[in-house]
Design a protein around this ligand. Structure first.
Ligand SMILES: *Cc1c(COP(=O)(O)O)cnc(C)c1O
Length: 384
């Protein structure tokens, strides 16, 4: 395979590249400025304000969740989601090794231990078959709980992550989750606008989280949200995110250890503006992906990553995937593209290879280690 050819194909889609083309940048216009000004003028810029309610309602409406609860970022949303889903100190939480580090960090913030699961080779989501096999081997069901017979700890929860916006095999995963009486919390940080059989990602389990960081499909500067189908869980999450303060005219009384995780209204105002252009941005991202797909069709040695069947993906980050794991070739392509003004990135270093997570329990992670050498993300901004 010829790196010049790859660069040519990318350029045929995004243009000449006289200037630097970033991987993913946000899109703003007058509307963000307008709503931000309105927020400043209202004086309610912090965590109480009409814009927070408005953004939560818009998110719930768009995703079909019963409720959305805003947080300061996706990581805090995941931490809180795990807590309200019942994850306790010293529990194990099944997460993909192929994910952004925040997935594992949030598990640790909750006092629990990441337990790494391998990915499948088509769309790089958690592998339901391997998960079931693994739980058959190491799991022991007792008193309605699943124990890891090797560590003696409770395995409480599964956190699949929709990598690059492509939905994981939710039907198959849900059946494993039910079989073993586990809790399902989706890390949908990358998949706002992605649907599995018509249902929005993040709405399949106990709850699911979104991120509105600057590099995501849509941004609030920094921000996140938890999606719920259960009103009581949503109320509890909101309560914990606002220091668990009992409502009272003057008294400060808190009956649980809460957090200061509530998204400020300033960020929510930007979220309201971004929400209005989300459908258009998603349309543009699908069009870009389809042009990449055509441009890379017929190239030997690699494929362009397309959405899973029965799914609609937001195509957050476009990716090309080498047929064979080849670190040298991957890095040569990264080097060639980045030195030609085209920003490209490899996938994250698998989490079990990071020093602070090297000793965590895990299954065989051969697919994860292999695909980590095959993936290259290419420019993905809507409207490119
Ligand atoms: C972005 C991201 C997060 C966390 O989001 P922040 O808003 O940056 O805290 C969590 N998980 C995954 C997979 C992400 O990509």
């Amino acid at each position: 395979m010829d790196n010049i050819l790859i660069i040519d194909r990318i350029k045929s889609v995004i243009g000449s590249c006289d200037q630097f083309t970033p991987l993913h940048i946000p899109i703003f216009d007058d509307r963000e400025v307008e709503l931000l000004s309105e927020c400043v003028e209202s004086n309610f810029v912090s965590s109480v304000g009409a814009f927070c309610d408005r953004f939560e309602t818009a998110l719930a409406e768009y995703t079909g969740a019963k409720r959305a609860v805003l947080c300061v970022n996706g990581t805090s949303a995941l931490h809180l989601a795990l807590r309200v889903a019942g994850v306790e100190s010293n529990d194990e939480v099944l997460i993909p090794s192929l994910s952004f580090v925040a997935t594992a960090n949030a598990v640790r913030y909750a006092g629990a231990i990441p337990h790494f699961v391998d990915c499948e080779r088509d769309h790089f989501g958690m592998d339901p078959l391997k998960l079931r096999e693994h739980l058959q081997t190491i799991g022991e069901s007792r008193d309605g709980l699943l124990y890891n017979r090797e560590t003696g700890r409770v395995i409480r929860c599964v956190v699949p992550m929709h990598a690059f916006g492509h939905p994981v095999l939710l039907k198959e995963l849900t059946s494993v989750v039910n079989e073993y009486s586990l809790k399902l919390v989706e890390d949908a940080a990358e998949s706002l606008g992605s649907f599995y059989e018509g249902k929005h990602t993040g709405t399949f389990g106990e709850c699911g989280i979104l991120s509105f960081n600057g590099n995501k499909v849509m941004t609030t500067g920094g921000g996140g949200a938890i999606l719920f189908n259960d009103e009581q869980l949503a109320d509890h999450a909101k309560y914990l995110s606002t220091t668990a303060k009992r409502p009272h005219k003057w008294e400060f009384y808190h009956d649980e250890m809460g957090y200061n995780y509530r998204m400020p209204a300033l960020n929510a105002a930007m979220g309201c503006a971004q929400m209005e252009k989300l459908p258009k941005m998603l349309e543009q991202k699908r069009a870009l992906a389809s042009r990449y797909e055509q441009a890379f069709a017929g190239l030997d040695g690699l494929r362009f990553l397309t959405e899973p069947s029965n799914c609609q993906s937001n195509y957050w980050l476009n990716a090309i995937v080498l047929d064979e794991p080849n670190l040298e070739q991957r890095d040569a392509i990264l080097e060639a593209t980045n030195s030609q003004n085209i920003m490209t990135r490899p996938v994250w270093t698998p989490l079990h290879l990071l020093p602070m997570y090297a000793d965590c329990p895990r299954m065989d992670l051969s697919a994860t280690e292999e695909v980590a050498q095959r993936i290259i993300n290419i420019p993905s901004t809507a409207g490119l």
